[in-house]
Design a protein around this ligand. Structure first.
Ligand SMILES: *[C@@H]1O[C@H](CO)[C@@H](O)[C@H](O)[C@H]1NC(C)=O
Ligand SMILES: *[C@@H]1O[C@H](CO)[C@@H](O)[C@H](O)[C@H]1NC(C)=O
Ligand SMILES: *[C@@H]1O[C@H](CO)[C@@H](O)[C@H](O)[C@H]1NC(C)=O
Ligand SMILES: *[C@@H]1O[C@H](CO)[C@@H](O)[C@H](O)[C@H]1NC(C)=O
Ligand SMILES: *[C@@H]1O[C@H](CO)[C@@H](O)[C@H](O)[C@H]1NC(C)=O
Ligand SMILES: *[C@@H]1O[C@H](CO)[C@@H](O)[C@H](O)[C@H]1NC(C)=O
Ligand SMILES: *[C@@H]1O[C@H](CO)[C@@H](O)[C@H](O)[C@H]1NC(C)=O
Ligand SMILES: *[C@@H]1O[C@H](CO)[C@@H](O)[C@H](O)[C@H]1NC(C)=O
Ligand SMILES: *[C@@H]1O[C@H](CO)[C@@H](O)[C@H](O)[C@H]1NC(C)=O
Ligand SMILES: *[C@@H]1O[C@H](CO)[C@@H](O)[C@H](O)[C@H]1NC(C)=O
Length: 619
């Protein structure tokens, strides 16, 4: 295996070395060593390249930063405009000195997680996606448990993007730069506005093509961007123009400072919103908390704090989503009338003949927006757009409307039609697929934190979608002091210690499986927990007894159907495993998807065992 890999690699290298004439030193570079524990913010010089990296969105995803974080240092005014090949960009990095092992000591790099896609190898990703800002030997060193020849799609790999923190106050940044065949020291020095000697002091005096070097600068170079055709206007003009402008701009005061540029951009977004929303707005710089923006709604005396970074994320969404006007939403929902209320603060609204679910929130929508803009999967409810109403300090998220309502209502409320076992199994698999996506295919991982039957919606084909990312959290293994969630579904370790991990979703999913099997609610009127009673009921070794208890426990509606009992026992086994007290012993979502799919295959095969007699059919 290893030999094959090396041969393949030599083949690839051989072909490019021939045309370059010069051997890249970097090919054997396992990384730049460092001492201490310094962390700094720095930049990498990156060139846009076809086919995958001709827009800031995909480059931002690659480096785990927002588009605005690239566009503002790169002198790009429209973050959603397409890029041209080789367009210069400055990508921010968080650089740190990471201990590796005794042989390599510590290496200086920015820790970027990357999810393996079809045809990816360490070499291809380092060379053609990160454009030689890292090397495959270094990837191997920082991922000692991964086998380069045996990568699976969806696997997360750390790509150590080379960077360095300055050790003197003579310059501010050491910009990571990959030497191009046409470069020489003087051209690099003049491009970055620095002197040749400091580049030589830092990197030695010979340059090798495609090596990463570190260019010391006092300030970021002002990049001149190619003039390109204007991109399509951000959001479609969805403001209905009939109504009167009730407000006027009273002022836009922006204090300039360290975050001046960012604030201007944020301010610009707000001016845009201002025009759009016809509302009053004041952005002032707070002296003590430099990174907060205060927004005062007129006459309300309301002041809301918002993190600049979150604002940047929201402005990022502007072009990706439809921006609704508040009067559109008011009209669609009959002024948020009771009759349009679906549940909680979610209303049904029809706009231009299309039905949406509209969730009214306070400003705390940013966390949800931030997460939703990263996810896109058939088993997650899709965000279609949003609306900000500074007057009332409200924010509205507009989702696709999912016709058949919540799983909760199908299981626990009176319906003429009941869900049969086949549909229930499909629902279980759909939820598991949605969870697998957020747990394994988003960077950083997303923990939903509030999986329950009322947050599972069924579409017209009775396929399930996970809704309500209002409590969701990105990032793993955080500890929180502020416990949220729903009684009956909360994992015990989260309740006890506030540990947030994907395993808490697995636990809640186990409870939903129990609801699907039993038709019982997660917590009954006396406050008894369904999961606790299930663990007690099925804590028997005797399979016969277990089957007997299951028959008693089962939703009477599915008892009347014909299907293999093995399928039911399979799902029950998954459910009980998900409820394991020790989170690390709960199955992974991948195992769950596999086990449930097997149960589905089994369900409708003709089989004779089961509750001692063939299953009776009632209708
Ligand atoms: C890289 O390592 C290989 C094998 O260890 C060696 O043959 C080759 O000369 C090295 N290349 C450079 C540029 O040092
Ligand atoms: C350090 O890591 C490298 C690559 O993973 C490995 O070859 C080497 O044996 C390790 N050294 C020690 C002392 O563990
Ligand atoms: C890199 O980041 C991942 C998560 O983003 C984390 O699990 C890992 O410990 C980090 N590695 C280092 C060396 O900092
Ligand atoms: C992967 O490589 C194969 C053969 O080289 C090619 O047909 C396929 O389109 C590639 N897939 C992707 C996603 O690039
Ligand atoms: C990275 O370096 C290799 C040679 O080591 C070169 O063939 C390749 O074109 C470089 N990639 C980019 C994007 O410049
Ligand atoms: C490849 O990885 C899979 C799981 O990721 C593992 O089951 C298999 O044994 C590995 N094969 C080799 C040759 O390491
Ligand atoms: C910093 O700059 C001063 C004056 O320009 C110079 O004397 C000194 O050697 C520089 N230090 C380093 C580490 O380059
Ligand atoms: C460096 O490159 C520039 C153009 O890229 C060229 O004009 C200049 O003569 C070169 N300098 C040296 C010392 O080669
Ligand atoms: C800073 O780093 C450079 C390059 O690594 C080194 O030559 C220099 O001695 C260091 N200076 C100090 C003050 O540590
Ligand atoms: C930004 O780019 C434009 C061309 O797109 C250029 O005219 C302008 O000077 C640049 N701004 C700075 C600060 O370099």
């Amino acid at each position: 295996m290893r030999v094959l890999w090396v041969l393949l690699l030599l083949g690839l290298l051989g072909s490019c070395c021939k045309c370059n004439g010069q051997t890249a030193r970097q090919e054997n570079n396992t990384g730049f060593t460092c001492t201490g524990t310094r962390t700094c913010s720095t930049y990498a010089f990156y060139r846009a390249s076809s086919p995958d990296f001709l827009e800031l969105a995909s480059i931002g995803d690659l480096f785990e930063v927002s588009r605005l974080m690239i566009s503002s240092p790169s002198n790009i005014s429209n973050p959603s405009a397409p890029l041209v090949p080789d367009q210069p960009l400055l990508v921010p990095l968080t650089c740190s000195c990471n201990p590796v092992n005794a042989t390599y000591g510590s290496l200086s790099y920015a820790n970027i997680s990357y999810t393996i896609k079809p045809n990816d190898t360490f070499f291809i990703v380092s060379t053609f996606k990160f454009n030689n800002l890292t090397t495959y030997p270094s990837v191997e060193v920082v991922n000692p448990t991964l086998v380069a020849t045996n990568l699976s799609i969806g696997q997360t790999v750390i790509f150590p993007v080379f960077c360095k923190c300055p050790n003197t106050s003579n310059y501010t940044y050491l910009i990571s730069y990959v030497v191009q065949p046409s470069d020489n020291i003087s051209s690099i020095a003049s491009f970055f506005g620095t002197d040749q000697q400091s580049i030589i002091n830092q990197n030695g005096n010979t340059l090798h093509d495609y090596d990463t070097i570190f260019v010391p600068v006092r300030r970021l170079p002002a990049l001149s961007q190619p003039a390109i055709a204007p991109a399509p206007a951000p959001a479609p003009a969805t403001v209905s123009s009939g109504k009167d402008r009730t407000g006027t701009v009273i002022g836009l005061g922006i204090g300039l400072g360290v975050v001046g540029l960012l604030l201007i951009l944020v301010g610009a977004v707000w001016v845009y919103r201002e025009v759009l929303m016809k509302d009053k707005l004041r952005v002032v710089r707070d002296e003590e908390e430099q990174r907060k923006v205060y927004l005062g709604g007129k006459g309300k005396g309301k002041e809301e704090k918002m993190d600049v970074k979150l604002m940047a994320n929201v402005s990022d969404c502007l072009d990706k989503y439809r921006v609704f006007g508040i009067e559109e939403l008011v009209e669609a929902t009959d002024g948020f009338h009771q009759s349009c209320l679906i549940q909680g603060s979610v209303y049904r609204g029809e706009i231009d003949g299309e039905v949406f679910a509209i969730k009214k929130m306070k400003w705390n929508a940013y966390e949800e927006l931030k997460i939703l803009q990263k996810v896109n999967h058939g088993n997650l409810v899709k965000l279609e757009g949003f609306c900000i109403d500074p007057e009332e300090a409200n924010c509205y998220l507009v989702y696709e409307y999912v016709e058949n309502g919540s799983l909760y209502s199908w299981l626990h409320e009176d319906k003429n039609e009941k869900l049969n076992w086949k549909k229930r199994l499909r629902v279980a698999i759909d939820i598991a697929n949605g969870l697998q996506y957020i747990h394994e295919h988003t960077r950083p991982r997303v923990v939903h934190k509030d999986i329950k039957s009322s947050n599972i919606l069924l579409d017209s084909n009775m396929r399930a979608k996970i809704a309500n990312f209002g409590l969701a959290k990105s990032g793993m293994n955080a500890i929180t002091m502020h416990i949220v969630g729903t009684q009956g579904y909360i994992a015990p370790e989260y309740l006890a210690d506030g540990v947030v991990s994907t395993k808490m979703d697995i636990f809640s999913f186990g409870v939903v499986l129990l609801e699907l099997i039993s038709g019982k609610e997660a917590i009954d009127e006396e406050g008894n927990l369904l999961w606790a009673s299930a663990i007690k009921t099925f804590d028997v070794d005797n399979e016969r007894e277990k089957s007997r208890r299951l028959k008693e426990w089962l939703d009477k509606d599915i008892l009347r159907e014909t299907f293999s009992i093995d399928s039911l026992i399979g799902v029950l086994t998954v459910a009980i495993a998900c409820l394991h007290k020790d989170p690390s012993k709960r199955p992974s979502i991948m195992d769950i998807v596999y086990a449930l799919s097997k149960s589905e295959d089994m369900a409708f095969e003709i089989s004779d065992d089961g509750f001692g007699s063939p299953r009776v059919v009632a209708r």
